[in-house]
Design a protein around this ligand. Structure first.
Ligand code: HEM
Length: 102
């Protein structure tokens, strides 16, 4: 089964719209990678300040290939050029062990 890798970014409330704006202009490179299955930008609605950037991959190797690729750098160009929006980030890793979709 697939693997899920989530980048959990802490973003102060006053910069949340800016993060969403950056993603509105994101490179879109990730979806061209072999083994890419899904991406979601998850904005908190419960008063917390952590955004989840959810990605899903065919395998760990596919995820790591993207992490070490030019596409990853291109996908983070605004981050590199304009500095971070968040104050911290934490990479979460999961195996998908069961699933069901509507
Ligand atoms: C220091 C750690 C990281 C920070 C602060 C960060 C932040 C950001 C930001 C602000 C963007 C929007 C584009 C930009 O501003 O350049 C972005 C794009 C993205 N990030 Fe990260 N990121 C980090 C690492 C990661 C990791 C480890 C993952 C894997 C789950 C990830 C997944 C993504 C994806 C899928 C995109 C969209 C890329 C595309 O469209 O090609 N990020 N990230």
């Amino acid at each position: 089964m697939s693997v899920v890798r989530i980048n959990a970014i802490t973003v102060p409330a006053e910069r949340a719209d800016e993060l969403v704006e950056r993603f509105a202009h994101r490179a879109g490179e990730v979806s061209k990678m072999e083994g890419f299955e899904a991406f979601e930008l998850l904005r908190p609605t419960d008063g917390k300040d952590v955004f989840y950037i959810y990605t899903r991959w065919r395998s760990t190797e596919d995820f790591e290939r993207w992490l070490n690729s030019q596409a990853f750098g291109q996908g983070h160009a605004q981050h590199a050029q304009r500095g971070p929006v968040g104050t911290g980030s934490d990479l979460l890793a999961f195996d998908v062990v069961q699933e069901e979709y509507a």
